[in-house]
Every structure is written in C-alpha cells, then in structure tokens.
Design a protein around this ligand. Structure first.
Ligand code: AMP
Length: 231
C-alpha cells in the first residue's frame, strides 16, 4: 500500500493520514513533520529549511527528495507508506517515480482531497497544535475540550508560525502554481481519485478507504480511476 495524499494546505491530509496509518498499518511520511522536527532539533537540514518554511515557500526539491529517500527505506516502510505533503512539485513527483522504479515498487493510488478555497483560509487559521505531543486541533471543527489546552497531554496549544493569514495566503499561491499541476500528472497516469474533503472527518475517511480498498483489490492491486460524487 503506497499512496499519496494530495491537496491544498489545510485540506485535511494530516488528519486523514493519521487515521489511515491505523487502518492500513503503514507509516505516514509527512515532509512537513520531518522538516519541523529537523528545525526543532537544530540540524543543518532544519536550518536550511527554516526560512522557506517560515515564509510559506517550498523547500528545494533536492533536499526534500533526499529526506524522503532516506525515510522510505526504513524497515517500517517495507509494507508501504502514506505520503502526506509530498510530492509538491513536478520535479518531486518525477523524483518519486524514479525512487519507486529503482526498487520496482509501485504507487497504488493518489487521493486528492478537494476543499473549496473559501473554506481553506478559515480552516488553517483556526488550526492549533500541541507543542508537547503533536496533537492537532481545529477551533472550528475539532476543538479541544478546554479552551486552547491539549486533551491528550494538557499543554497549552499554539498556532503554527506558518498558519498566520499572510503565510497561509502565500502557501495557497505556492500550492496553485507548483503543486496543483500534479493533479494532471497523476490523472494522466490513471492513478488519481478526487475525494470531497469538505465534510466531517469520518465521512471523508470512509470515502478514502472505499477508494483504497477498491484500489488494493483491483487488477494487480490497482483499481480503476474513480471520482467521488460531489468532488
Ligand atoms: P506542511 O506541514 O505539509 O503544510 O508543510 C509545511 C511547510 O514545509 C511547507 O509550507 C513548506 O515550506 C515545507 N514543505 C513541506 N513539504 C514540502 C515538500 N514536499 N516540498 C517542499 N517544501 C515542503
């Protein structure tokens, strides 16, 4: 099970990935999480990435491809993985193809989460994260029980520095120019399914799993291209 979750920032890729990890027992590989960890650890990769991340720009493709290649070869990724936030540009998608080809691995499906643009800004500026355990909340759709306090570990929630309105706008522009072209890239390869990501988390999850279950059962484990109603 090797899949890519595609979608604008704030479309719910991270939330859905965490649920998919449980269901399919494969790791989530989030380049955003890897970069944030590297920044927190103060590694040279983290320091290089910091200015890009903080301004909402894309970190250079070569650096990202190295990070992903290093991650996919780990033991826990042998049964597969969920790529969340990668690839984000055509050169990254080509790099991924190359990485997979060299190992004779195949991508089973690319699921694009579709959320109306007008909802994205609200979703992102109301996101809060826990600096203690990494739990993610949304003040509109998944609020913590106590205001701004993590349900899991009790730490005070914070806003990601790149979730401010100005940076979110930049990230959305970057998505449109660099990442959206991947929709045609994967559609042309018969791998794309578009899922309506604008609804309750459980409903979106049910749509994704029905797509993935079908993809895993199809000929050679690769089902037909599907389009969800309303997507
Ligand atoms: P995310 O958590 O996926 O929204 O990523 C946060 C930030 O990390 C992005 O705005 C980029 O600056 C950087 N980033 C994450 N993944 C990638 C990627 N695949 N390519 C380039 N930059 C990335």
């Amino acid at each position: 099970m090797r899949i890519v979750l595609l979608g604008a920032p704030g479309s719910g890729k991270g939330t859905q990935s965490s649920l998919l990890v449980e269901r399919y027992a494969v790791p989530q590989i989030s380049t955003g999480d890897i970069l944030r960890q590297a920044m927190a650890d103060g590694t040279s990769v983290g320091e290089t990435a910091r200015t890009y991340v903080m301004t909402g720009a894309l970190v250079p493709d070569d650096l990202i491809l190295d990070l992903v290649e290093e991650r996919v070869v780990r033991e826990d990724a042998r049964p597969g993985f969920i790529l969340d936030g990668f690839p984000r540009s055509i050169p990254q998608a080509e790099g991924l193809d190359d990485m997979l080809d060299r190992r004779q691995w195949r991508l089973h499906r690319v699921v694009k989460l579709d959320v109306p643009k007008k909802n994205i800004l609200d979703r992102m500026t109301s996101r809060r994260v826990c600096p203690g355990c990494g739990a993610v909340y949304n003040l509109m759709t998944k609020a913590p029980q106590r205001l701004e306090i993590c349900d899991v570990c009790g730490s005070k929630l914070i806003q990601r520095q790149d979730d401010t309105e100005e940076t979110v706008r930049k990230r959305l522009n970057v998505y449109e120019s660099s990442t959206a072209p991947l929709i045609d890239y994967y559609d042309g390869r018969g791998l794309l399914t578009i899922v309506n990501g604008d609804g309750p988390v459980e409903r979106v999850f049910a749509q994704i799993t029905s797509v993935l279950d079908a993809a895993l059962q199809g000929p050679n484990g690769q089902g037909p291209k599907q389009q969800e109603p309303g997507a």
